[in-house]
Design a binder for this molecule. Structure first.
Ligand code: B12
Ligand code: SF4
Ligand code: SF4
Length: 262
């Protein structure tokens, strides 16, 4: 099979298994992630970046549970597509790994910030899926920011897509003014603490405080257990569903050749 046949087949597999957009980036063009990528799979050459679109009406709904339900589905589509591509590549004898869109993730100590094994916004920009918006997110021509992103790391040496030359964000500022907690100031800057407190209202920190509140005067050993790594891991295990409480900077982005906001 020629390199271009393989490339086409990969994209067909991705698009027929849940992806709405797919692009390819070489590992050499993701130098910030090289060490983590080689830990996932030594001698990896390429990353297939997969994006699945949200239902815009769902993430704009005043009923947040609809947005959460849609998010579960959209993450599932990312996972289905990434696993299909990975299995397809393995059937062609190229070791490949589907990488999570979000969790499981290495949960560092509070305050250090969560970091994905691959930053999917960055990979999406470099694979030509779109460009950075004022909201700091990946903005695509087709679906604006209303997408979820994941992908596959593979040893297959694939021809990469070129990053877009144009700026897809129209700099209207709607994402910045839509943020209910003032976490966005434009130019991609995000106050992660303000945003995190808003989107994870009942997330890990809530759970940790809840557990602590069970003890009027927590004895040091109990506190150590409650603040330990195991509990953070356990919390992730609980999270088979979705728990975001804000979608404004994604859902208010007007860029889209496919979705309509009206
Ligand atoms: C940790 C995390 C968060 C944290 C921190 C976010 C952050 N900005 O880093 C918190 C909890 C705040 C958060 C919030 C949200 N998140 Co979040 N998050 C992640 C996660 C798991 C890891 C990100 C990471 O590694 N950050 C650490 C480093 C890389 O970030 P950084 O130091 O800020 O570096 C960035 C800047 O330097 C910027 N940058 C560099 N050069 C330039 C140049 C320009 C011009 C600009 C503008 C920016 C820019 O690019 C880097 C990122 O590529 C990713 C999944 C993943 N694996 O990528 C999802 C992810 C980024 N989140 C996502 C979403 C949708 C959200 C929320 C809307 C919440 C929700 N309802 O889901 C908000 C949006 C907040 C915002 N406007 O950024 C999507 C983004 C989809 C998209 N269209 O881009 C992702 C990719 C999840 C997914 N798989 O789809 N998130
Ligand atoms: S997800 Fe909500 S709180 Fe976070 S930056 Fe976007 S609009 Fe603001
Ligand atoms: S809402 Fe406007 S400024 Fe924000 S990312 Fe979308 S196009 Fe860019």
């Amino acid at each position: 099979m020629t390199k271009s046949d393989l490339r086409k087949q990969i994209k067909d597999v991705a698009l027929s298994n849940g992806a709405d957009l797919v692009g390819i980036v070489n590992v050499t063009d993701l130098p910030e992630h090289k060490d983590r990528i080689f830990r996932i799979i030594p001698h990896a050459q390429s990353v297939v970046v997969i994006a699945a679109r949200h239902s815009l009406a769902s993430i704009r709904s005043a009923n947040n549970q609809m947005a959460q339900f849609d998010t579960i589905h959209t993450y599932n589509e990312c996972a289905r597509s990434a696993h299909s591509v990975s299995r397809f590549l393995e059937s062609k004898r190229f070791p490949s790994v589907a990488v999570p869109a979000f969790i499981p993730i290495d949960m560092q100590d509070p305050g250090k910030g969560m970091r994905g094994e691959i930053c999917w916004r960055r990979a999406g920009v470099r694979a030509g899926l779109g460009s950075y918006g004022e909201n700091g997110l990946l903005v695509t021509k087709e679906f604006g920011s209303a997408i979820r992103i994941s992908g596959v790391v593979t040893v297959a040496e694939l021809d990469a897509d070129s990053p877009l030359e144009e700026d897809v964000c129209n700099h209207c500022g709607q994402c910045v003014s839509a943020c209910p907690v003032g976490a966005l100031s434009g130019g991609g800057a995000v106050n992660k603490k303000l945003c995190g407190e808003n989107i994870f209202k009942y997330g890990f920190r809530f759970f940790q405080k809840f557990m602590e509140a069970l003890y009027e005067k927590p004895d040091p050993e109990v506190q150590k257990i409650i603040r330990g790594y195991e509990l953070r891991e356990m919390w992730q295990n609980f999270m088979t569903g979705n728990y975001y409480y804000c979608f404004e900077c994604q859902s208010q982005c007007p860029v889209s050749s496919v979705n309509t906001l009206e």
